[in-house]
Ligand binder design. Sequence first.
Ligand code: DGY
Length: 324
Amino acid sequence: MSMKIFVTRKIPEPGLELLRKHFEVEVYPHDRVPSEEEIIKGLQGKDGLLCLLSDPIDKDIIHSEPRLKMIANYAVGYNNIDVKTATEKCIPVSNTPGVLTDTTAEMAWALLFSVSRRTVEGDKFTRNGNFKGWAPMLMLGQDVTNKTLGVIGAGRIGTAFAFKSKGFHMKVLYCDVNKNEILEKELDAKKVDFDKILEESDFLSLHVPLIQSTYHLIGEKELRKMKKNAILINTSRGSVVDEQSLVRALKEKWIFGAGLDVYENEPEIPIGLKSLENVVIQPHSASATFESRANMAIMAAENMLAGLHGEIPPNCVNPEIFEK
Ligand code: DGY
């Protein structure tokens, strides 16, 4: 009898096709986030769960199905999964690193440019018929070339983001627990402490995972340390920034602007943010290209295949269970 998988939302066909070759696949039929009850129901009698970053996979879900042997997340971030409980139950958990690195870094740059050159605001202004001719003080923004770029979290995505600054002759600063030899060698990037990166960056981009130590990493104290012309970019996780402080910082112009792809309580947008002109907001779509989403689907399916065949999934985030 073949093993059974529950997929919490329709994902690109190449991933589903691969899964269907090996397993009986049930896909949640609606185009919305399933409730906890719906996930538990869908998981009944299933061996594998393929879930999204918007599905909180908690203890109750993990304990609900005794057959559950593998959880494959369709995302690189996996803060939505109670990995500790999965590990206690010897259930491998996997993510999708690598395939969305450049795509996410590109979105961070898209946000950086749209905030610094006010392109969203300018588009709205022009469409609304407000453009009455060239004017010396119209839509002034911030130059990017020759400025200081700060990267908090110099892992895969942070590194790719920094590399894309090459044509803009920027001074690159980074803050990470580890030294990043490639950034230092190729971009002459400087590893600096947290205060220095806040104080010196013209553009500050966040690329850390959401863990206990990065929760509200950027709050009022940090925003007040930033330059008045600074732009904050967040494509990591919403909870890395204290959103209420950010709204105040943008309203009161402690910084020039912000570009956000992620929010603490998605899909809720923090109160007060939508009415501000100096922020560009996206619907958590940093990895949303045809190529990346298809590759993520294949990677999640390959992880599932390995996990259910008793092998270590190639992108296992709790490999210690195989050492037991
Ligand atoms: C991820 O995979 O964690 C990203 O946030 C998706 O956009």
